[in-house]
Write a protein that binds this ligand. Sequence first.
Ligand code: TA6
Length: 306
Amino acid sequence: MSSADLSALNSRFAIPGHVQFKDGPGGLAIAEIANRHAEAMIALQGAHVMTWQPRGQEPVLWLSRFGKFAPGKSIRGGVPICWPWFGPHAEDAKLPSHGFARTVMWEMLESKALSEGATFISFGMIETDATCAQWPHPSSAQLRVTVGAELKIELVTRNTGSAPFQLGEALHTYFHISDVADMAICGLEGCAYLDKVGGGSACKTQQGPIVIESEVDRVYLDTEADCLIEDRGLKRQIRIATRGSRSTVVWNPWTDKAEKMGDFGPEGYRGMVCVESANAVDNVVTVLPGAEHILLAVISVEALAG
Ligand code: TA6
């Protein structure tokens, strides 16, 4: 971003002791947030929450050190926004997987210092001829983020047209863990899921906590449960609470897929797991004309009992 644009952003939206804008990796404009509760970085491209670290905690989000930061390229890690579809496009394989929202520019809408010391910041996706060509439904997308001792993210979709549309979406969150062998994911016991490993879609049922010992790529359906990532190595658990999300996606690429993707780095897959708050597959959302749909995720960190 040009220094003139950066200074315009700072003059309109910077708040001392809360938020400032800078040139980040790959020249991506970044909102740098630091308050008494936490620090975070959010790229304007994709309104992509890259990092979040509560004071006194290890980073909670995983961000690859081997990611390619460049205009139009999705960032590996943090919270990519999958919108307005999840996974491959239903009809046109040429369209980008997970939609286009995460690789287009978003604009600043508002920044605010909250009374209890957290920082509120919101973004609006910038429509272009290219996005309208991929998604011919009059609509708007906004992201509202509150950075504090918790991380609150709302993905807000409005149908501004005269016909309903079906929305697939996810906050595709990458979490930092001590080691994949030292953690388990609770909250999805007994849930039905689609096992996508190897391109499959077998429907299975979750037995007990999720332990990862090979590639895992699962879409849990019809669930609004909180998920807990129990990290024995860091003696903490990360809670993901949602509203407006009926699917949860759990993904770890393991060795071969991580190597093929090329931006995880050596053994990078061991330090991350994706627990994604979503509406996907059977859980896509019908948004009626004039209606608004909000996908909310609240991420917090708790001590691990025992
Ligand atoms: O959410 C899991 C998933 O759909 C996996 O199948 C894998 O493709 C992952 O998303 C990452 O996709 P990306 O397009 O960001 O490389």
